[in-house]
Design a protein around this ligand. Structure first.
Ligand code: MN
Length: 447
């Protein structure tokens, strides 16, 4: 069965006992986030009584690579590769009428964010934050659709503060603002893992991220027209908020506990004014607890897929990429190549830096190194890398504005070539092994 909605996915998790239901009342201030964090990587949680709200909250339903592999219907080692393939083979979405769009079952009379169970996640957060909203927008000059996720702080009943990093949405907003216009947006909350992943593609400006979801589903993603803005949104979402990012308006947004496990500081940011809300009957709200594996992996697997495409453009014999959890699944990459020519490791690291502005450190390893095992990667650095010969430092490029060590995002980049030199004596790099060790059954030898 193709899973195209959050509800279907939750049903799969319930069947496999991976969804834990919390019926007792929990506080939306910290308690819900703390529980989500404790369950991170093990269980998805459904809170049926978040304070006095009658809308349940779910979190953590994409908290492991294994879960994501299941949602993508591919084997665990193939997820980034499969995403890369889907991105290279996008397929069209389908517009459905309102009657066949569950998200249109209830058209709210006005927008009141106070009626939604939106949590406060971290101790010093500036307030309640929407963290799992797919934000749909269109390029004001070309009409091309863009999909992205942004932290959204509740500033009033129909107002949200928004962080736009220097990517596609910020580009559209700047263009709209220059002509004195608002930028129309729609925010879809409560979608399945495949759709969340698709929104995070490292795609060029003008690429519609929704078309990746259609390929991953194997059928067109169903979209439906909005009520008050000229945009289309996923028909099977739990809820959609429509609105516009106002020109020339700035209000304080932040602090907000972010994926690098630090707070993004408060500053004046643009404001979304909401104009409509539509929901399913009995909707379910999804929150992503920041810096959990759910948060990190939804961002990293599409990035790994996109990086594979870019790095293979430079070094075709690139095998795999891993954005490591210690680097927030954004900053530190391990790239595995089947080196055929000396110098390819450096070309691969340069392509990796070019693929995503957030990449800060790249380690290139040979095909015998397990890139998902941090001990193996460190061992490769310890035994195959010499700092004077094999490190490359690029100073003052654009990095992550959320990295506290960068200067407003201006960041140095470091590449480590931990591949064995092609001309080296093979015996010096022969990995030790004990014949028979792999297949021996230790316990069968015990008295
Ligand atoms: Mn985009």
């Amino acid at each position: 069965m193709t899973i195209t909605s959050m509800r279907q996915w939750l049903a799969v998790l319930a069947e496999e006992k991976l969804l834990k239901v919390v019926s007792r009342q929990v506080s939306l201030q910290y308690e819900l986030a703390a529980l989500g964090k404790k369950a991170d990587g093990r269980w998805a949680l459904q809170f049926n009584h978040p304070e006095d709200f009658d809308i349940p909250v779910v979190t953590g339903f994409a908290g492991s690579r294994a879960l994501i592999a299941k949602a993508m219907r591919v084997a665990l080692p193939c997820i980034s590769e499969h995403f890369s393939w889907a991105q290279a083979h996008p397929s069209a979405c389908k517009i459905v009428d309102r009657a066949s769009a569950p998200v249109k079952q209830v058209i709210a009379a006005g927008v009141d964010l106070g009626r939604l169970p939106i949590p406060v996640h971290h101790e010093k957060d500036g307030g309640r934050y929407i963290t799992a909203g797919l934000l749909v927008s269109k390029d004001p000059s070309t009409g091309a659709r863009n999909v992205s996720i942004h932290r959204l702080q509740v500033l009033g009943p129909n107002r949200l503060g928004i962080l736009m990093l220097p990517r596609h949405l910020a580009h559209f907003y700047r263009a709209a603002e220059q002509t004195g216009k608002a930028l129309e947006v729609a925010i879809a909350i409560g979608v399945d893992p495949v759709l969340l992943l698709s929104s995070q593609a490292l795609a060029p400006l003008g690429f519609d991220e929704f078309t990746i979801a259609s390929t991953l589903y194997g059928e067109p993603l169903k979209l439906v027209k909005c009520e008050t803005v000229d945009l289309e949104v996923p028909a099977e979402a739990e809820m959609v908020l429509e609105g516009r990012i106002l020109p020339e308006v700035r209000e304080t947004e932040g602090p907000f506990g972010e994926y690098p496990k630090y707070y993004g500081p408060p500053s004046l940011k643009p404001v979304v004014e909401l104009t409509a809300m539509t929901t399913r009957k009995n909707p379910i709200y999804h929150t992503i607890v920041p810096a959990t594996l759910e948060h990190l992996l939804i961002g990293s697997i599409p990035r790994e897929g996109g990086m594979l495409q870019v790095i293979r453009g430079a070094v075709p014999n690139t095998l795999a990429v891993h954005l490591t959890p210690g680097g927030g699944c954004r900053y530190h990459a391990v790239v595995q190549i089947d080196k055929k020519n000396e110098g390819e490791a450096k070309n691969a690291m340069l392509a990796a830096f070019a693929s995503s502005q957030e990449i800060k450190r790249v380690v290139v390893v040979d095909k015998d190194v397990d890139i998902f095992d941090p001990v193996e990667v460190e061992w490769a650095i310890a035994t195959r890398f010499q700092a004077g010969r094999d490190s490359t430092i690029i100073t003052r490029a654009l990095g992550s504005k959320l990295d506290p060590s960068a200067e407003d995002g201006v960041s140095d980049k470091m590449g480590l070539d931990a591949t064995v030199p092609l001309g080296a004596d093979p015996f010096r790099y022969e990995r030790i092994r004990i014949p028979g060790e792999k297949d021996i059954d230790l316990e069968s030898y015990f008295d």
